[in-house]
Each structure stands twice: as C-alpha cells, then as structure tokens.
Design a protein around this ligand. Structure first.
Ligand code: CUK
Ligand code: CUA
Length: 689
C-alpha cells in the first residue's frame, strides 16, 4: 500500500514517461539515437562567447597566438566531416589506422594481421578465423604482422577510394580491405618470399598489386622457396648462389575482393635487399621501380669474424634501382615462358634478363624510399646515407634502354644503365633523407631522419614550371626521427597539397610521460603557404606506423547498414541465413556431434537465450543482427571460452567452437546497446559427457 501511495504522489508525466521508456526499450528502441538528438534541442544554448572571453582563455591557459591559429585550423566540430582520410599502417600492431585530417582523430583501427576482439576478429567468428588461417604460412597460425605500406586502389592511376591494400613485412603477406565496410576481405602469403617490404603498390587500374621482398630467402633453383622446408646452409658463397629476392605482381579481383594467385606472376631477383616499390603512370605506365640496398651481398656474422651487416652492407657508393617492365613481364607469362613454383608463375632471373624485363640504374648509397611525381615522369629516391635526393627521368631511362646504353652488368647479368644517362637531378636536402611526397604545385617534400626536418624543394617540368627547378625552398624541424611523411593523394597524378603529416618515430618530450615505451608522433603541418607551418602533434599509442596514404574524404563511400542476413565477406546473403529462423538442431556430422543454432540479436534480446549441448559437441552458431538502424551493433561473447564476435546491423556471422568443458556459461551482448543491454544475455549449458 505504501508503495502505491508513493507512486501516486509522483508527478504524472514522470510516471508516464518512465513506463513509456521501458516499453520503448523492450520493444527495441528503434529510433534510439534520434530521440536523444530531439531532447538536446530543447535545452537553450548558452550565449556565444565574446572575444573578451576568448582572450581570457588564451591567457589562463598560457597559449600563444600561433597556438590559437593552429587550433582554429584543425578543430573540426562534432557532426562535421574531416577533409581527408588518412590510412596509416599500424606497424607491428599488425593493423591499419583510419585518421581524419585536419582533426587528427582516430576513427577506426582495422583488424588485419592481428586478432582484435572489438571487431570480433579471430575469436571464433569463422570468416575471420579462416582469413587468418589462409593468410598464415602453412606451418603455423600467424597472429602478428608488421604493416608498412598501405595503398589505395586506383582507376586511371587516381586513388578511387574502393579498396585498401597493406603488406606484412614480417611474413610476406598482403591484405585487401574493402572501404565499403572497412573490413579485411583477403590475406595471401606471397609464394617464394619470406619477408616483403616493397609495399603494396597498385598498377594504374589495380590490375596488380605489386610488392618486392625484403630479405632474400633460401631458394632451390627452379623450385623456389617453401616456408619450413627450404634449407640452404648460410654461407657467403651460398647466399650469392642460393638465396633470392622476388617481386610479386598479385592479380586482384575487385568483384570478389580476392587476390588471384593463378593469374599473378613473380619475378626472381638477385639476393639484394629489395626495398620500396612503386608502379608508374603516364610516361612511366607499364614500369615499376624498386630500390635496393646491400648490393654487397653481406650476411653479417660478427661472431664468425665478419663485420656486422650494418657496416658490410654500406660499402658500395652505389646500389641498384630496379627498373621493371611489368607489361612485358605479363606478355612473357602469357607466352608460357614462366615457371610454376609453389602456386605462382615465376619469371626466372635468367628469363627476366633475356626478355628485357629487368634493368638496373645506380643509386647512391644504401637508398630508401621510391616515389613518383604527379606527372609520372620523375622517380625520386631518398639518399639515406647521402644527404641527397636523386631524381630519375623515365624518358631518359626509356631512351637509354632503347639505345642499349649500359655501363655493364651486375654479377647476375642484369644490365646496368649509366647513372649520368638516367639522372634528372640531385638535390642536396638534409641528413638521412628517406621518403618523398608531393603537392599540387610541383613541390617535393622529403623526410630527413637524422637532421629531424622536412625539406621542401621544387621539381622540374612538367611538375614544376618555375625558373628554379630542383632547388630547396623551405625546411621545418620535426620532433623527432621522421620516417615517412604523407600528403593528400601524393604518388598519383593529382596530389592535393594543403597538409603534410610527418610520421615521427620518437616523441621524447612532446607528450606526457606514459612509461618508457612512448607513443609515436604524427605532426600535422600546413603546406598551403610558402612556408610550412606546424599545426598539431598527435600521439600514436598502438604501434609503429610506417607509411600512410591520405585521400579526399568524399572519395570514400562506406555503407552504414548491411542488408539483412549479409555475410560481409562477400556482401551477399549469408549461406546459413534463413529469414525468421531461430532454433537449436543437434545431429551427427561425419561421426561427430554438432549443435547448430540459428540466433538473432536485437535490442535487447538474444534468441535463443538458452543453448543446451553435450560436452565435445562442435557448436556452430549462425547469429544475425536483425537491426536496421545505423550504429546498432551487437556483439556476442561466451564466458571462459575466448569467444567474441561483433555483429553490425544486418550482418550474419557464424561462430564455431568445440564445447570441450562441461558447465553452465553465460553469454551476452558486449556492446552497450540499449538500457536493457545487461539483460541481453543467455546461458550455454554443456552437459558432461
Ligand atoms: S620504411 Cu619504415 S620509415 Cu618500411 Cu617505408 Cu621508411
Ligand atoms: Cu546488444 Cu548490448
């Protein structure tokens, strides 16, 4: 009675709204988000701040006018878009980061080579388990990677915003990520290759994604390299004779979102350390370029009386820029002149030389980076150990090759062009130049690791038509140890200029001390004017980014809700989705017991909420998130079983595991999706065998 009385004394609307609220929550709160926005509109906004108040804040916070300008140039209010999206490698986190520019906010971390529970990647969701398994090397299940160079799919050499590719240096793998839903769709292990560094670089219409190896792998002549099988005793002599590098041209099937090894090819390369690779357009269409280090063929061996690799690999004044005629290579493969090795057609070094596919040009000295200017005419290499940027001219390269003007051959018989014949310019920049990016006005920007700066220079015609080509025009200090840098749509025919992000390895004193392992530092620099201007320092605390690709945000057009029952791997209806079906079926399959369950998730119910099976059963759960509302993601996790799936609205996923331990285990939705999210749960009963 007392309770009733109390309730009666409450204001009437309150009672009604409370009941309505629960009813709406139970019914699924179909317009949860929208209702929230409605409420906020009822609150009277505060009066706009006066200039005086702004000045007070500047004083109180000890800011300089320059800080305020930076803040005004980078602040992006909630609800407003960033101008650019930057896809950054996550280094040895094995993932990819999606960052808005100029706000420098992280929007997504895409799971690629490393299991990631929030996305339900690698924790029982069959499609992600299979992806990681397929991308492994056949000798063990790989769960770490080292991502270096992202690439965006291209149409007529322009970034088209449909696909993102990234390589794993550690295990020579390549991944394709759809920018329709920002999920990894394929991973392949490159045959005959142990490690790769050449990036992912797409040919002008994404016919191929190319990538060179890094450390040469032991190689059986005519048979190639097989992980866990190929053994060659490591000696200096054997290294020369029986180790090989590769460059792989991976065919990519856009429709299926899969790499197609059967229609890919590979070129055997000498055991130099191949480095970054890029495929050209315009005058360099049909050609790919790859730099290299360790043409000394050193193997190290400090305890065996040889100098360390670091010293032995830095003796030569010149290493070799690899110049690859991939269009010709494609023809040679079609003519049947390639040899099948471990599931891919390989053009042997001998054939590559004979058919005029592979040429070298000297490049000083232990270089780094390999970039192409907007016109497609200049190939730009960072000097690393020389304070120089070397610019090659593809017109000169093509002419020298046509005239057969060579200075000789390398020890493997690869023709070497004369440096003077192919060089366009050398620009003295700063110490430790690594990578180059370009703007829309014919400037290059080079990262200088040792002198801690970004140096801006002019290119030559047709990229830059002013009267002082190939000259340094500006420099800006960075903090500290810059590796790559990124400008919007650089390394394509139409770079956009405006911003540059310096991807710095060290942050030292730029942020709060959060322990000896410090974040990397992304520094946003305004390049719209004559002088570069530092705008913002962004800590990166998840891994060591190498390269990043930045594109106009409006080129990327992701979906927000899947059609009901979609399998994100194919964007088709999931093979096991049956509209309206929920239930448990237990039966024998090839001599083992399988408990198969059709489940749905919707605010705030998991159906069925009790699943009973017997110990030893293979549990196969087909879970559909039947929401149609944007952002209404549910997740699914089972206690003690290491199972975690994420189900975006409309998605169907199959989760599989063996119910090997008896007991009663809670399962629940892990995304706080509704007021009754805590009630969105159930039980798995595993009856002892
Ligand atoms: S590399 Cu890391 S700084 Cu892998 Cu492109 Cu140059
Ligand atoms: Cu669905 Cu919490």
């Amino acid at each position: 009675m007392g309770v009733e009385k109390k309730e009666k004394s409450q204001p009437k609307e309150n009672k009604v709204s409370r009941r309505g609220f629960i009813a709406a929550a139970v019914a699924g709160l179909a317009v949860g988000g929208a209702a929230g926005f409605g409420l906020s509109r009822l609150i009277t906004p505060a009066a706009p701040p006066t200039l005086r108040q702004v000045e007070d804040i500047i004083k109180q916070r000890n800011l300089q006018p320059a800080h305020v300008v930076s803040a005004l140039k980078t602040y992006v209010p909630g609800g407003m878009p960033d101008e650019f999206l930057m896809f950054s490698s996550g280094g040895h986190s094995g993932q990819v980061m999606v960052i808005g520019v100029p706000s420098m906010r992280i929007y997504r971390i895409i799971a690629v080579f490393t299991p990631e529970p929030w996305q339900g990647y690698g924790y029982g969701d069959v499609k992600t388990m299979k992806l990681l398994e397929k991308g492994s090397n056949g000798i063990r299940f790989l769960t770490c990677g080292d991502t270096h160079h992202p690439e965006i799919s291209r149409t007529n050499a322009e970034y088209d915003g449909e696909w993102l590719f990234i390589g794993d240096k550690l295990n020579a793998r390549k991944a394709a990520i759809s920018l329709k839903d920002f999920e990894t769709k394929d991973i392949v292990k490159l045959p005959n290759t142990q490690t790769q560094h050449g990036g992912a670089c797409a040919t002008p219409n994404t016919e191929y994604v190319a990538c060179g190896s890094q450390f040469a792998a032991p190689w059986e002549p005519g048979k190639g390299y097989k992980p866990g099988k190929t053994y060659v005793k490591l000696t200096e002599q054997n290294f020369k004779e029986y180790f090989r590098g590769t460059t792989t041209f991976l065919r990519f099937d856009r429709k299926r979102g899969k790499f197609d090894l059967a229609n890919s090819f590979q070129i055997e390369l000498p055991p130099y350390m191949q480095d970054l690779e890029i495929a050209g357009w315009g005058p360099s269409d049909g050609w790919a370029f790859l730099n290299s280090i360790n043409t000394e063929l050193a193997i190290g061996g400090v305890l065996e009386g040889r100098p360390p690799l670091e010293i032995a690999a830095s003796q030569n004044d010149f290493d070799y820029l690899h110049i690859i005629n991939w269009k010709k290579a494609e023809q040679v493969v079609r003519q049947g002149k390639a040899k099948e090795m471990n599931g891919i057609k390989v053009i042997t070094l001998e054939t590559a030389i004979k058919e005029g596919i592979l040429f070298f040009a000297p490049e000083p000295k232990s270089p780094h980076g390999c970039d192409i200017t907007a016109s497609g005419r200049y190939i730009v290499i960072g000097g690393k150990l020389e304070p120089l940027v070397t610019v090659y001219d593809i017109e000169k390269i093509k002419r020298a090759i046509a005239d057969q003007r060579f200075q000789g051959e390398d020890p493997y018989g690869v023709p070497v062009l004369r440096f003077e014949d192919v060089k366009a310019a050398q620009i003295e920049v700063g110490l430790g130049p690594l990578h180059d990016e370009f703007d829309d006005k014919g400037h290059g920007y080079v990262s200088c690791f040792i002198s801690n700066e970004v140096v801006k220079y002019t290119l030559g015609p047709p990229d830059y038509t002013g009267d002082k080509p190939f000259q340094v025009v500006d420099r800006i200090p960075i903090h500290y140890n810059i590796g790559h840098l990124a400008t919007p749509e650089s390394n394509s025919p139409t770079p956009k200029g405006k911003y540059l992000v310096a991807l710095n390895k060290w942050s030292v004193d730029r942020f709060m001390n959060v322990g000896p392992l410090l974040p990397q530092n992304f520094q946003l620099i305004d390049i719209s004017g004559e002088k570069m201007q530092l705008l913002y320092d962004m800590p990166i605390g998840i891994g060591e980014p190498h390269y990043a690709k930045m594109i106009s945000a409006d080129k990327v057009k992701p979906i927000s809700v899947y059609e009901l029952g979609t399998d994100p791997e194919t964007f088709q209806r999931h093979a096991k989705y049956v509209e309206g079906k929920v239930g448990v079926e237990r039966r024998q399959e090839d001599g083992r017991w399988v408990t198969e369950v059709w489940m749905t998730e919707v605010r705030s119910t998991i159906t069925p909420d009790i699943i009973r099976c017997k110990q030893g059963d293979l549990l196969r759960l087909h879970i559909t998130n039947i929401e149609t509302t944007k952002d209404a993601t549910h997740a699914f996790a089972v206690a003690e079983y290491n199972i975690m799936a994420s189900l975006e609205p409309g998605e169907t996923a199959t989760v599989e595991f063996v119910a090997d331990k008896p007991g009663v285990y809670a399962f629940y939705c892990v995304e706080f999706c509704s007021p009754l999210h805590l009630e969105m749960a159930g039980w798995l009963e595993v009856e002892p065998a």
